[in-house]
Design a protein around this ligand. Structure first.
Ligand code: SF4
Ligand code: SF4
Length: 506
């Protein structure tokens, strides 16, 4: 969990810390048709350092047109990607999950003084809600990509839609031109209202209980993980307590329709500020800060909050007591009852950090709820990706379910996340969602799992009913009884029976 800030070394009076250079990832360069591509690959256990690798990749930005593919969510890696861009295009599905995530992303980009535009993906499902929201927020919808299964199939092969489906070349060319024009406009963002923080009370949710816990994760976003967790929650017996560890895109609560029992603020650490009346301009804070958060502007030093990791190294070296700190509220947590059972979840404020800490907090509350409500088992919707929230999601898990999809990127991310699971020596298995998008790649996943002695719990077809269920705020198994839900029920039975002694090795 170390962020490598160096504050411990500065604070230790015995000089007992030894520091060594560490590789956190690699940056690769490639070429596709007329484009140069740079991408960073993070070492699987270095999730806490994602923003640093993003910053390194951004050093390759040149004077031409640069397109940055951001990670999903609204936390520090995303902030690092979006910062200083000319335009941010927010791609969103017209679903309740999509709209919820879009609202958070709009707040995040506006807090970075950037006015985003919206690109509706999978248009045709029913865009009324997303369009209403964009109108209310005065957000421009720059384009709509139709809900076309052929696009998903081409994407699954790692191919370009414009090269495989010729009708779309013109659509994307026009969209590209519009985006470039928009980037030149530099529209002034709508002001973000400062969040009102009510009274902060300290709570202790520590518990001596150990629940038996299933955690569902996915290497990448968009695999359908949360929709499946909703189904498993509906199928679970009454001995379960649930949590949503996807704290920067918390969507599960939309299906759970929780009755809130308690809520509170999450204090993620401290925010630091330089008192210009005391500052003598010695630059020591700037030199010691490893996150490039200290700036000089018009002869004054200041700390950029969105870059500051709150390590306190700057205040340790300031000889003039010019750097003050105060507690930082990074999000909110909730304890709730639902039709499935007790539920803990949280919402990280857009652009905030300490996601891993908030996930640990949600897990602690889940165990507390388990003890209080006399439950023995836990089911958690883990975070996507490989960063610190996933590592926090996995801590203490008894069984890990990895949801993947048969796409080139899905397989790449599945292999990496399984290595992370193996690194923590946890038992687990794989679910292939949307298997019929690309049966060849589904076969590859099955072969990979067989070679590595990993169980494939089942294959779920691509099914638009997931969206219709979501629009009714239901899990699929509550919405319909059909072939897909039969498969899901079978998978849940397997998870339940292998709960204690499944085996995974790579
Ligand atoms: S270390 Fe203290 S005095 Fe020196 S520039 Fe920073 S805030 Fe100012
Ligand atoms: S500015 Fe923030 S990140 Fe940089 S040294 Fe100070 S507390 Fe740490």
């Amino acid at each position: 969990m170390c962020h490598g800030c160096g504050a411990c070394k500065l604070a230790c009076p015995q000089d007992a810390f030894v520091e060594e250079e560490k590789r956190i990832g690699v940056i690769k360069k490639g070429r596709t048709s007329n484009l140069e591509v740079y991408f960073g690959i993070l070492e699987i256990t270095e999730g806490t350092k994602t923003p640093r690798l993003v910053r390194k990749v951004k050093e390759y930005i040149d004077e031409g047109i640069n397109i940055l593919d951001s990670p999903p969510g609204t936390t520090c890696p995303v902030v690092e990607t979006v910062r200083d861009c000319d335009l941010c295009v927010l791609v969103s599905d017209p679903t309740p999950f999509g709209l919820n995530d879009l609202k958070l992303a709009v707040e995040m980009t506006r807090s970075l003084s950037l006015e985003p535009v919206v690109l509706i993906n999978r248009a045709g499902i029913d865009e009324r809600d997303i369009k209403r929201y964009c109108e209310e927020e005065n957000l421009e919808i720059i384009g709509e990509i139709p809900n076309d299964l052929e696009i998903a199939k081409v994407y699954s092969q790692g191919e370009l839609v414009i090269e495989k489906i010729h009708n779309y070349r013109k659509v994307f060319e026009e969209l590209g031109e519009k985006i470039i024009k928009k980037a030149e406009e530099k529209k002034v963002p709508k002001k973000v209202e400062k969040r009102k923080i009510e009274k902060i009370t300290k709570k202790d949710f520590s518990s001596s209980k150990k629940l038996k816990e299933i955690v569902v994760i996915s290497g990448k976003g968009g695999t359908g993980k949360t929709s499946l967790v909703a189904c498993f929650s509906a199928l679970a017996d009454k001995d379960f307590v649930f949590s949503d560890c996807d704290v920067d895109a918390s969507d599960l609560y939309l299906i759970f329709s929780p009755q809130l029992e308690e809520k509170g603020y999450f204090i993620g650490g401290y925010e630091f500020e330089i008192d210009s009346n005391k500052c003598k301009g010695c630059r020591k804070c700037e030199e010691v800060c490893r996150f490039e958060a200290v700036f000089k502007k018009e002869d004054k030093y200041f700390i950029e909050p969105s870059l500051c990791e709150g390590c306190g190294a700057c205040s340790l070296v300031c000889e003039f007591d010019a750097i003050g700190k105060q507690k930082k509220v990074c999000g909110e947590y909730f304890l709730a009852s639902t039709r499935f059972g007790p539920f803990s979840f949280a919402k990280l404020f857009p652009g905030e950090e300490n996601t891993g800490k908030l996930v640990s907090w949600v897990r602690e509350i889940q165990t507390y709820l388990g003890e209080k409500k006399r439950k023995e088992k836990a089911l958690s919707d883990g975070s996507p990706g490989l960063g610190c929230p996933v590592i926090s999601s996995l801590a203490g898990a008894d069984y890990v379910v990895v949801v993947t999809e048969p796409t080139v990127s899905g397989i790449h991310d599945m292999e990496r996340v399984l290595r992370l699971v193996y690194h923590f020596n946890l038992p687990g298995a794989v679910i292939i969602n949307k298997y019929d998008l690309n049966k060849k790649l589904s076969d590859y996943i099955k072969e990979f799992c067989e070679v590595n002695n990993i169980e494939v719990l089942g294959e779920i077809p691509y099914d638009e009913n997931f969206i219709f269920a979501q629009k009714k705020f239901l899990s699929l198994v509550e919405y319909i009884d059909d072939k897909t839900t039969e498969i899901i029920k079978g998978i849940w039975k397997k998870i339940y029976s292998y709960f204690k002694d499944a085996h995974l090795s790579l």
